[in-house]
Ligand binder design. Structure first.
Ligand code: AMP
Length: 437
């Protein structure tokens, strides 16, 4: 008989089970703390949008043209599962017209029909922020710094910040022309794939990781030579701001975003431990025209999206941000049938004390194993003697920490029997409340 179940997650989709799922939730909590502490509010968008929302914004990108999950719903609407959240945030801005600057954060799953591999899935999670309605280089700095602070809060140390500016739209247009001319003049040296990309968008040739393209890309014109005075001043202010906050960065002139909407600042956070094809933890930039393309007023925007999955891989590599330990405070062991455990766990939970128990009237030994596995600090034990006497046994489960005479830490975990106490049942709640503080 085959042991492979008939149904499994489809390619690129995963179940996130405990305790890893608690780590995911904590990840979002840390992001919320960092961003809400800076005046950002959460926007919760639908998983589905009209296909047009994404097409308006990214019709030149693979994400939109090749990787979207789209379908016609029962009402005949052409719908897509969101592949990213900037488009939804801009759509929401146009729909609700909030006061500007509108500072929002988000978290959730995105869907892209990509080739699954480590760090690349078809359903993956992102956290991100967007600010609509403010055009100020120090906002660019605030945004970049919040991403940086978030990685620090997770404990990551090997993150690199890459920074670039695409200049004003006219600077960028002149640069694209120069790039086109450069690659046109050397077409024979370019890989076949990049020749196809060149026809669609010369900027995206710079993203090619094919060795054949490397010399030509290295010799390509640099965006910095095309900055207007205003663009150069904006970029200088961003760099000065990051310097003032002590955030290290590397200017990377090849860091361009394919979409025409991007202008001025672009940035990317790279994980130092990840393979280069999947080392982008996240990135973002300043954009214009997204809100307009969805029917709203001309509104500047800036934001970033960070990949949860890859960032957690980076955390594993650096040995930081482990899954939080399972969190019950007390495990009730009841060998009298289970009613005592039912009442005691309910009373403890009502007081806000995390409590778990065993079921199926297992043996004392088996229930104590469960108590150990639960991570609880105390076992409360009720056997027939205790039941008759109106008492309970409270047994500390955690290893005892104390100090040796020379000041070194001593950890002993065989203190259980000597430290367990028998107390009147009526004193239990008060006793535990005190013991757990
Ligand atoms: P993007 O929206 O393409 O700029 O992606 C932002 C971040 O999301 C990337 O740096 C990755 O960390 C993450 N990401 C993008 N696509 C995937 C994917 N298919 N699987 C896992 N993470 C992804």
């Amino acid at each position: 008989m085959s042991l492979v179940p008939e149904f499994q997650t489809s390619p690129g989709m995963r179940d996130i089970l405990p305790p890893e799922s608690a780590r995911w939730r904590r990840f979002v909590e840390v992001f919320a703390q960092v961003t809400e502490g800076a005046g950002y509010g959460q926007v919760i968008s639908p998983l589905l949008e009209d296909l047009g929302v994404f097409q308006r914004i990214g019709d030149a990108t693979d994400v939109v043209t090749k990787e979207m999950y789209d379908f016609v719903d029962k009402g005949g609407r052409h719908i897509a599962l969101r592949p990213e959240l900037t488009a939804s945030v801009c759509r929401a801005f146009v729909q609700h017209r909030p006061a500007t600057p509108w500072k929002v954060w988000y978290a959730g799953s995105q869907f892209r029909y990509e080739k699954p591999q480590r760090g690349r899935y078809r359903q993956f999670d992102q956290v991100g922020i967007e600010v609509l309605g403010a055009d100020d280089p120090y906002l660019d700095v605030e945004i970049i710094a919040l991403g940086w602070e978030f990685f620090r809060a997770l404990g990551l140390r090997q993150v690199t910040l890459l920074l670039n500016s695409l200049g004003e739209p006219a600077d960028r247009a002149a640069y694209v022309q120069a790039l086109q001319a450069h690659f046109d003049a050397n077409l024979d040296a370019l890989s076949e794939e990049s020749r196809v990309t060149l026809q669609k968008n010369p900027l995206r040739v710079l993203d090619s990781k094919r060795p054949q393209d490397a010399p030509l890309i290295a010799a390509a014109p640099k965006i910095a030579d095309f900055y207007s005075d205003a663009a150069a001043a904006h970029f200088a202010a961003v760099q000065a701001g990051l310097g003032a906050l002590g955030i290290p960065f590397t200017v990377e002139s090849k860091l361009v975003r394919g979409l025409d909407y991007y202008r001025h600042t672009t940035f990317e956070y790279q994980g130092g431990t990840l393979e280069s094809a999947q080392n982008a933890l996240g990135g973002g930039g300043r954009y214009d025209g997204l809100v307009e393309s969805l029917g709203g007023p001309s509104t500047p925007g800036i934001g970033f999206a960070l990949g949860l999955d890859r960032t957690l891989i980076a955390c594993d590599d650096e040995g930081v941000f482990p899954a939080p330990a399972a969190k019950v405070d007390v495990f009730v062991v009841d060998t009298t049938g289970g009613l005592q455990a039912l009442q005691i766990t309910a009373a403890l939970r009502e007081l806000g004390i995390g409590a778990d128990r065993a079921f199926e009237n297992r043996s004392m030994k088996s229930q104590m194993k469960g108590a150990d596995r639960s991570g609880a600090s105390f076992a409360v034990i009720v056997g027939s003697n205790e039941l008759d006497a109106g008492t309970v046994v409270v047994r500390p489960l955690r290893a005892e920490r104390s100090h040796n005479a020379d000041g070194t830490l001593r950890i002993t975990d065989d203190t259980r029997d000597s430290t367990q106490v028998t107390i009147p049942r009526t004193d239990l709640l008060q006793y535990l409340q005190k013991a757990l503080t």
